[in-house]
Ligand binder design. Structure first.
Ligand SMILES: [Zn+2]
Ligand SMILES: [Zn+2]
Length: 181
């Protein structure tokens, strides 16, 4: 049984059950190649049940490692996400629409609810999509590929050559001249 699975009949009826959980990273696959979970996901969960409907609220936090977009060094970020979802039972083997984002309603099959998909989605939303190791990251040398934050490789890189617009500016300059002549 996974940490984020709960047996419905074990959830107290019309009362709130609180759980503190530490979820091993293997249980929640963030499905992002460049992002790694560092250690466990910590969460506080509140569960309550009315007959067979289960109401869940929770907040989760984790540390992830990403790559600096500029110098490719690892960057650690702390993320947290909240979930709020209501589960109701279904007897369909494959519910036609098991996940309804708008309403926060889900169906469960059998006697167990599984929160791992909710947790995955809430955390994935919080991952910064443009991570930098620092605001002033110097990136990699365009000539030799050294990390300019740690070494001064001494390459003589002309100022213009490092700008992606340099080539375009060059081109415009030349077409100007052609027009004149
Ligand atoms: Zn960097
Ligand atoms: Zn260099």
């Amino acid at each position: 049984m996974k940490t984020l699975e709960f047996v419905v009949r074990d959830i107290p009826e019309d009362k709130i059950a609180r759980h503190e959980v530490s979820v091993p990273p293997a249980e929640v696959d963030l499905e992002l190649e460049e992002i790694q979970l560092l250690g466990e996901i910590h969460g506080q969960i509140q569960l309550s049940r009315h007959v067979q409907d289960v109401y869940v609220k929770g907040s989760f936090s984790a540390s992830v490692e990403a790559e600096c977009r500029c110098c490719l060094e690892p960057v650690v970020a702390d993320i947290s996400g909240d979930i709020e979802v209501q589960f109701s039972p279904t007897d369909m083997a494959i519910p036609s629409d098991p996940w309804q984002i708008d309403t926060g309603e889900r169906h469960y099959l059998g006697d167990t609810i599984d929160l791992s998909e909710e947790v995955r989605q809430s955390l994935t939303l919080e991952i910064p999509n443009w991570s930098l190791c620092s605001e002033t990251c110097k990136g990699l040398c365009p000539q030799c590929g050294e990390n300019l934050n740690v070494t001064d490789c001494g390459c003589d890189v002309p100022e213009e050559a490092s700008s992606p617009f340099a080539a375009l500016a060059d081109l415009l300059d030349r077409s100007d001249r052609t027009l004149e002549s």
